[in-house]
Design a protein around this ligand. Sequence first.
Ligand code: FES
Length: 107
Amino acid sequence: MPTITFEQPNGTATDVEVAEGGNIMRAAVANNIAGIVGECGGQAMCATCHVYVNPEDAAGLPEPSEDEDEMLDCTTAERTEHSRLGCQVSLGGALQSIRVAVPSDQV
Ligand code: FES
């Protein structure tokens, strides 16, 4: 099963298993990961699922869609080159594990 590691601003990390095809936001909400809200339910319309993908893992991800790219300009915490919307990044296939940092502010 694919695994997502969520790293909190205080350094604590939690591993969460996700079904093939599951996305980062849904996995976080289902496992009560602090700091991931997912207000719009995964429509790329709220940016409350913002995460910073570990640079080594980011290389294997598809580029953000136009909608995701636009919404990433609306994040509460600073956008960086490793910012992604958790609802737009799905695990499975070649991507069996990913490490993401949760921003200090989400709303
Ligand atoms: S849950 Fe709203 S943008 Fe991801």
